[in-house]
Design a protein around this ligand. Sequence first.
Ligand code: SAM
Length: 271
Amino acid sequence: MSGNLYIVSTPIGNLEDITIRAIRVLKEVDVIAAEDTRHSRKLLNHYGITKPMISYWSEKEKVRSEEIIEKLQSDLSVAIISDAGTPGISDPGAVLIKRAIDEGIDVVPIPGPSAAIAALSVSGLSTEEFTFIGFLPPKAAQRQKRLNELALEPRTLIFYEAPHRIFETLKDMEEIFGQRQAVLAKEITKMHEEILRGTISEILDMLKTRTIAGEYVIMVEGMKKEDVSIDIALDEIKALMKKGKGRKEAVKIVAEAYGLSKKELYNRSLG
Ligand code: SAM
């Protein structure tokens, strides 16, 4: 027999943002595995939860996962929590969850806050389809490369970013995404919560008069079909043809993806 592994979402700032079920599960499990036991103790104390805790963080995720799997296999139930929000979302958790699934252990979600969804819900940007990117690479060249790869993405883009990189990341976005609408959600659910909306350049301007501190989610509207320049479409056709597609097929794929005229694209692709 094995115990259940509970993936428990915890507040992203305001301690009240935890579900009644999450509190019950944290009180009932045998062990709580926390990203940072000292950090989580504050939340657990607030709700009178006194359970044995073990630490569980990215660098030790593999080793710790095996220890937790052993506990689960000896019929102990385990809850994992991260410092904030949903474990596994730009946080440790994925390695353990995969191992538990492979071992046939029941993995049970205890849903609650995640900064990405909280930010998106108040963004005013399209929520119909969105792409969660999480953290971009910290080095400028790699970050710009990743942003270039995302330049044609039509869905709303959601990024996490550290305060000391907010300016440079928004600058890169201004350069690569142009004058798109964006939203910067700062310190959601906390005392200094602030949501800035505007073009990427307008948001950069707003930041000039503000203190940059705390936690941020950046959201950028996806590329609109009418924004696709014919040059970008022609580049895509060339890339598809390099990968072995025939001209006709490549034109068809790109024209359908961006709502452009097949005939015009075909003729332009010959030039
Ligand atoms: N697992 C978390 C979740 O479900 O949202 C994310 C953890 S990740 C290590 C931390 C990043 O999430 C921060 O750098 C920031 O980008 C974002 N974040 C977390 N809490 C936030 C908050 N209260 N307001 C704005 N962004 C937040």
